[in-house]
Design a protein around this ligand. Structure first.
Ligand code: PHE
Length: 345
């Protein structure tokens, strides 16, 4: 075969070459372009070529050279860009030394925080927690609590009735849970009942149709009004760090005698003046000695046992503790409001 045809064959080989592999590419490069490669040999041969063939010979060698060079360059580029995209896909796992995105965790609702705190305080002195249904019957919400039908005090608590059945209603207080507890347990009884209650009231910054209460009940032999006062005093000390309370005579159908619970908040700051209307005193709930009729209704002998009960609004306590001016904030679920309680978890 003539030398020139051999070179043309090499050109064809170089142009047709393809690989995905750097090692193969390197073998190809050494074969054609290496220091002991084909082109080196062919250029060395050049001086032996007869003069009249030199021109054509020179052209084919040059074509072989550029073909081989271009091939190496284009395959190299292709392999490099493949390598890069591999690196990018590795990036899916990220840079493992980079600090992570912050994990956003939720926080407990202030009502739950305060409720749990109240439960803790009372469980320390032996109260357990009892719960009952939010949809109640007339007996547990009213009648058993010494509020027979047509009793005017029923109006104290604007009730949501279920239209199709006037015997069924949304409980207006958690005293209904205490009736259920007394029906099912024998004294001594020491229980608190936290829960959601419903009243048909105009919504404002200070009142809402749905709110939360904690009521307490203590029934045993010889329970006195002094025990009630001492228990409430212990609670206010633990909850608010305040050590002065006053029990103001009041009326509830289910307790006799009855009282409103006031705590002495003080008049140190402007806020103290505002929230206590300049008196220094704040009302936080109601209480009293369980009316003998209520005990009878729950099959507990009023001759043998006496007891006290108290009730307070959780929102009101949370508003005092966290200085929240509007009760509606508890129900709007605005994360900017809720996030402020994170540190209290
Ligand atoms: N049940 C009363 C209310 O909802 C509060 C209370 C409970 C008062 C127990 C006295 C004794 O207002």
């Amino acid at each position: 075969m003539k030398m020139i045809d051999k070179i043309k064959e090499y050109i064809g080989e170089a142009q047709a070459f393809s690989t995905q592999n750097t090692a193969e590419l390197e073998t190809f490069r050494i074969k054609f372009l290496g220091s002991k490669g084909l082109l080196k040999e062919l250029f060395a041969e050049f001086k032996n070529v007869p003069n009249d063939q030199k021109k054509e010979f020179g052209q084919v060698i040059n074509l072989l050279k550029t073909s081989a060079e271009e091939k190496v360059k284009s395959i190299q580029e292709a392999l490099e860009s493949k390598e890069e995209s591999k690196e990018e896909s590795k990036g899916f796992y990220g840079d493992l030394t980079r600090s992570p995105e912050p994990v956003i965790i939720g926080s407990r609702h202030p009502i739950s925080l305060v409720k749990n705190q109240i439960i803790d305080i009372f469980s320390t002195i032996g109260f357990n927690v009892s719960e009952g249904p939010e949809i109640e019957d007339d007996w547990h919400n009213f009648t058993a609590l010494n509020l027979p039908e047509y009793h005017p005090a029923r109006d104290m608590q604007d009730t949501f009735f279920i239209q199709t059945n006037p015997d069924i209603l949304l409980r207006t207080h958690t005293s209904s849970v205490q009736v259920r507890y007394m029906e099912n347990n024998k004294p001594p009884i020491r229980t608190i009942s936290p829960g959601r209650v419903f009243r048909n009231e105009a919504v404002s910054s200070r009142s809402h149709c749905i709110f939360h209460q904690v009521e307490g009940l203590y029934i045993d032999k010889d329970v006195s009004f002094a025990d009630l006062k001492q228990t409430l005093l212990y609670f206010t000390k633990e909850m608010f760090g305040k050590s002065k309370i006053r029990l103001r005579p009041s009326y509830f159908p289910f307790t006799e005698p009855s009282a409103e619970i006031d705590i002495y908040w003080g008049l140190k700051t402007e806020t103290d003046y505002r929230i206590t209307k300049g008196t220094g005193w704040l009302e936080i709930g109601g209480c009293g000695m369980v009316d003998p009729n209520v005990l009878k209704n729950c099959n507990i002998s009023p001759e043998e046992y006496t007891g006290f009960a108290f009730g307070m609004g959780i929102e009101r306590i949370a508003m005092l503790l966290y200085q929240i001016g509007d009760i509606r904030m508890f129900y709007e679920n605005d994360v900017r409001f809720l996030e402020q309680f994170k540190s209290s978890i």
